[in-house]
Design a protein around this ligand. Structure first.
Ligand code: N01
Length: 507
């Protein structure tokens, strides 16, 4: 591997360039090593690993998927402290992966990829990094995750505001919230976790809610010493536990595809609010008017009771503007604040969040142009016109009911097969056939029709116009089954050795 620490622009060459060192990038790296492929690098834009779990370190950050499911099946952790782990424990697990699989030597930090270009003559990719360095790679794996570009609302007067402002994923831990007047915008997965944590510290907390969230109870139980001992001692016991979690999550697909069945869960959700919120009128304001599951169902035992506190106000009037030290709502009321926290989520539409990232495939096709009507791919992995470019958790492979780590693992195995297909056929590149991708997406969109996600709310799963480009529409075991064995008939294989030699000579 070339030394990139000098200022001289040199081109590194590698077989596989993985972009991102979150769960996806690390899972890909481990599986490559297990397949005896060592010629790869991981390009990480930050100075540390961990993706989501490096960025989201707000108070109370935790996983809303069970710990034993939110971990790699081939790298199990037997001593999870709780049913649902908190961010620091997940981060430690990620550090353990780096250590156990000796991954550090493959990771290059502070290396942000700004453009990638497919070379049709040499069947490889040219990557340009923000610092001007170049990388040539036969295969590229996008493992940068779909939830990392903060969505910052455009609030009138923000430039006048003199107080502290930050987004949940860039929490300012140096700022002391004690006895401060704080406004928090948003009531999604992140906000419902930090709101109960900061409420007891601050003087006043104003929670600005645009749309209420369905929140269900969280299993707060810890694993006791005996559980951990049994998980460690008997693999079958741990696997059985994981299987029970997996299948109970999978059973949630039923009300997703048949929203009528969701009404029982929704009734329970209403009772949960009634039980946890003392003031009936307040409880009503916290009750969503859309079908449960249309937006992500959240889990917390602490969120609703926070509104019983005297220093917490739920504000449902829309925000009009910010002043030097306050926030004014449409009804004209000004609340004095010292700090504004955006719990406003992430830009999830890749056509927007990839704005400053260039990716040119065959015939100079730009990825954003290929996706101009909406992001589409084949199993969230391959996009037509972009040979040897693979993605993890690409279009329509995020989940609303189970662990995305399961999807990542299936995709990593699938990518490995595609790479091996290239090797075995002595070709250079592989690209999904256009008609295969089109048919696949037609099927996915058909399956999404009538699901709870299409029942009329606005969510980050959809792009403008309502097309759902994010979610896998059915059971994850079906995804596993369909990606277990890549079908050569779905692909074009490009560049026999002799073809590419001829091209090199001509060049
Ligand atoms: O973001 P969100 P998040 N004015 O998009 C509101 C995952 N996650 O960061 O619903 C006013 O869910 C917006 O309102 P509305 C999880 O998958 C996982 O909380 O659009 N409000 C909403 O209330 C989750 O789904 C874990 O009307 C505005 C909120 O901001 C995803 O991350 C933990 C607004 C955004 O909620 C994102 O969660 C935490 C505006 N201009 C999160 N713009 C795990 O455990 C937005 N909002 C794995």
């Amino acid at each position: 591997m070339d030394d990139i620490s000098t200022n001289v622009v040199k081109t590194q060459t590698t077989q596989v360039a993985i972009i991102g060192s979150g769960f996806g990038g690390l899972a890909m790296a481990i599986r490559l090593l297990q397949a005896n492929i060592h010629d790869f690098i991981i390009l990480e834009k930050a100075d540390a690993v961990g993706g989501t779990w490096r960025e989201n370190q707000y108070p109370g950050a935790a996983c809303d998927v069970q710990s034993h499911m939110y971990s790699l099946s081939f790298a199990p952790k037997t001593d999870w402290s709780k049913r649902y782990a908190e961010a620091p424990e997940i981060y430690d697990y990620i550090q353990d992966l780096i250590h156990d699989y000796d991954l550090k030597k493959y990771i290059q930090f502070n290396q942000e990829v700004v453009s990638t270009q497919y070379d049709e003559d040499h069947f490889n990719w040219h990557l340009t990094l923000k610092n001007g360095q170049k990388v040539d790679a036969q295969f590229v794996v996008f493992a940068s995750g779909p939830l990392h570009v903060p969505q910052i609302p455009n609030i009138k007067g923000i430039e006048k505001f003199k107080g502290e402002v930050f987004h949940s994923s860039h929490w300012n831990h140096d700022y002391n919230l004690n006895q401060k007047n704080v406004a928090s915008i948003g009531t999604g997965g992140s906000a419902i976790q930090y709101i109960p944590e900061i409420a007891p510290k601050v003087e006043n907390l104003y929670v600005f809610q645009r749309t209420p969230a369905w929140v269900i109870p969280r299993d707060e139980r810890a694993y006791n010493a005996l559980d951990k001992k049994l998980f460690n001692r008997f693999e079958w016991f741990r696997k059985l536990h994981r299987a029970r979690l997996y299948w109970s999550n999978e059973s949630r697909v039923v009300p997703i595809v048949k929203p009528a069945a969701m009404k029982y869960m929704q009734k329970a959700g209403e009772l949960f609010i009634r039980y946890q919120v003392k003031d009936k009128a307040l409880g009503k304001k916290l009750t969503p008017n859309y079908v449960m599951g249309c937006k992500r169902i959240l889990v917390s035992n602490k969120y609703f009771p926070t509104f019983n506190r005297k220093n917490v106000e739920l504000v449902t009037d829309a925000i009009q503007e910010l002043t030097e030290n306050g926030i004014i709502t449409k009804d004209g009321k000004e609340r004095k604040i010292d700090c504004l926290i955006y719990g406003t989520g992430f830009i999830t539409d890749p056509r927007i969040y990839l704005k400053s990232f260039e990716c040119y495939g065959e015939n100079g096709l730009e990825l954003k142009d290929a996706w101009k009507d909406g992001a589409e791919s084949f199993y969230g992995v391959c996009t037509k016109g972009f040979p040897n470019l693979f993605q993890l958790l690409g279009p329509n492979t995020v989940l609303g009911h189970n662990s995305v780590i399961f999807m990542i693992e299936s995709q990593v195995n699938y990518i490995l097969q595609l790479m091996q297909m290239v090797g075995k056929t002595k070709t250079q590149a592989i690209a999904v056939k256009a008609n295969v991708q089109d048919q696949f997406n037609e099927d996915v969109q058909k399956k999404l029709e009538g699901t709870v996600w299409q029942s009329g709310c606005v969510s980050w799963y959809q792009q403008d116009g309502g097309k759902n480009f994010s979610l896998w529409p059915t059971y994850t075991w079906k995804f596993w089954l369909q990606t277990r064995k890549a079908n050569p008939a779905d692909y074009r294989l490009l560049g026999t050795m002799s073809q590419s030699k001829k091209k090199s000579k001509a060049a």
